[in-house]
Ligand binder design. Structure first.
Ligand code: DC
Length: 238
């Protein structure tokens, strides 16, 4: 059993719920690490595509996870993602990698490898965002949030994000991608997207980023003092 004295805060939710933006801002505000767990599945998806590994070949993907190195660094306000030392920050956001990430993340060997790495990051406190941060990675986290929003709002946010990144795509295609990923991520067997029973659930459809951030910060400030975090959750094996 591992005990951390720094806070562990989880933010889960579907595509476009605002969890990455809020997660990054909250971590900055609290002066602790921000862990984008989705970026790790995206990096695995990219590595698999580069090597021609099928997204449902669990054993080969598991071996791949043991060989690749995923790391993060900061460039001002931006978080950079590296795969074996190469900057893949832009490439992992391409729509085809989003769909592949959703597929590879359903594989148990991939999940086991990523969860182990994610837990190892929590020593000095972390704001972790993803799909299973509150249910599987950090089930004992003292603060858990689940952000949601209606699907059209989320697709519009994602569309705007892609345009800002110079990745042109029709809104209708984005909506389809979001719906497909929602379906994959919520219906898979291993660690499906769902709120932890003790998560605070927030519908962000009509909220600004600042309003969501204020809601989370005030919940943390009102809540229990930031207790030591005890890691007792079971880890998936393969
Ligand atoms: O958060 P994102 O859109 O960058 O995540 C990409 C995919 O990775 C998502 O469709 C599902 C998967 N994922 C996951 O299975 N578990 C996580 N903790 C984070 C992401």
């Amino acid at each position: 059993m591992k005990t951390h004295t720094a806070p562990v805060i989880t933010i889960d939710g579907p595509v476009g719920s605002g969890k990455s933006t809020i997660g990054r801002m909250l971590a900055e505000r609290l002066g602790i690490l921000y862990l984008d767990t989705g970026a790790m599945y995206r990096a695995v998806a990219l590595a698999a595509r580069q090597r021609g590994i099928a997204p449902d070949d669990d054993a080969a993907l598991g071996r791949l996870c043991g060989r690749i190195r995923i790391s993060f660094s900061r460039d001002g306000g931006r978080q950079l993602v590296f795969l074996d030392g190469a900057d893949v920050t832009g490439e992992i956001r391409l729509p085809e990698i989003s769909m592949l990430a959703s597929a590879v993340s359903a594989q148990p060997c991939v999940r086991a490898a990523m969860v182990a790495q994610q837990r190892a990051c929590a020593e000095n406190g972390v704001v972790a965002d993803g799909r299973d941060a509150g249910t599987v990675i950090f089930p004992q986290a003292p603060f858990k949030f689940y952000l949601d929003a209606n699907v059209e709002v989320r697709a519009r946010r994602r569309h705007k994000e892609l345009i800002e990144k110079n990745i042109p795509m029709e809104y209708s295609g984005v909506l389809k991608e979001v719906e497909q990923r929602d379906h994959n991520d919520t219906t898979r067997l291993h660690a499906p997207l769902k709120p932890a029973p003790d998560a605070v659930i927030l519908d962000t459809s009509l909220m600004t980023i600042e309003e969501v951030l204020t809601a989370l910060v005030s919940h943390i400030e009102r809540g229990r003092p930031l207790l030591p975090y005890t890691q007792t959750g079971t880890q998936e094996t393969c």
